[in-house]
Design a protein around this ligand. Structure first.
Ligand SMILES: N[C@H](CCC[C@H](N)C(=O)O)C(=O)O
Length: 265
């Protein structure tokens, strides 16, 4: 089976053109494919399918379970449709689990992805919880370099109940007005990733709203690369939300998918 490997600011994905349903998304198979020693290795796996005659993006975390929206993956999905010739212009519309998205292809190669509106931000223990297509807990810290993201992130992800679905956990430090640094513990990867698109979006909106920052876009520096978040404040919601950043095809290959269905590695 043909596969493609992409990353968006270091958040990396296996991409499969599944318009002919060649791949059955079994959790144990996806988990092995995402394994960095016994498989291709990735934070997640993305299937391109067709739904009501529109490209449909299905996202699976590396634990093998189908998940909510992936922002970095959404930009990579758009780049993938362009590589396959599905999209020839400067933009593409596609469906994700959270609804319709449009992606714009910038001349510099960066991609601008429209995200869902953010309807509310909850305060939990003086930190912020909001849904940008995936659930995110945002905690502001003084020195992001000293945070034990895997340990602290796991504690919050596991102990604080978020409607039973769990959450991603973001640690954020202001670098200067309008610019923040972020580190993210990702649900379903159960570890820190080099970037998280829906997390960067959540962090930028919480930062701007609660610290009354007028600058827009907000620059978000992740370990794996830089993202920009644009949005407008509407009536009790955040609208016209865009996530802009890189999406790179790293390699493509062929894998013997039948050997992944069996328990032997
Ligand atoms: N792990 C997330 C989904 C992927 C989010 C992240 N990779 C992004 O770029 O938005 C979750 O289960 O909510």
């Amino acid at each position: 089976m043909q596969f493609y490997k992409y990353h968006g600011a270091g958040n990396d994905f296996i991409m499969i053109d599944n318009r002919k349903n060649i791949f059955s998304p079994q959790p144990n198979v996806i988990n092995k494919l995402c394994n960095r020693y016994f498989g291709i290795g990735a934070n997640g796996l993305i299937l391109l399918e067709i739904n009501n005659e529109m490209p449909f993006m299905r996202y699976f975390n590396s634990d093998g379970n189908e998940a909510t929206m992936c922002g970095n993956g959404g930009r990579c999905f758009a780049a993938f449709t362009k590589h396959l010739g599905i999209c020839n212009g400067n933009s593409i519309k596609f469906m994700g689990i959270d609804g319709e998205h449009i992606a714009l292809f910038n001349p510099d190669g960066f991609i601008k992805l429209k995200m869902i509106d953010v309807k509310k931000i909850e305060l939990i223990d003086d930190n912020y919880f909001l849904d940008t297509g995936s659930p995110h807990y945002v905690q502001f810290v003084r020195d992001i370099e000293t945070v034990d993201v895997d340990r602290e992130g796991k504690l919050i992800r596991k102990t604080v109940n978020f409607n039973n679905g769990g959450t991603n956990v973001n640690f954020v430090q202001e670098i200067k007005p309008g610019e923040i640094k972020i580190r993210t513990y990702e649900r379903g990867v159960e570890a820190e990733t080099l970037a998280c698109g829906t997390g960067a979006t959540a962090a930028a909106i919480a930062y701007s709203h609660y610290f009354e920052i007028e600058t827009n876009p907000i620059d978000v520096k992740a370990i794996g690369g830089n993202l920009k978040i644009y949005f407008e404040r509407g009536n009790e919601r955040f609208e016209n939300v865009w996530l802009e950043g890189p999406a790179k095809k790293v390699f493509e290959g062929i894998i013997d998918i039948d050997s992944y269905g069996k328990d032997t590695i």
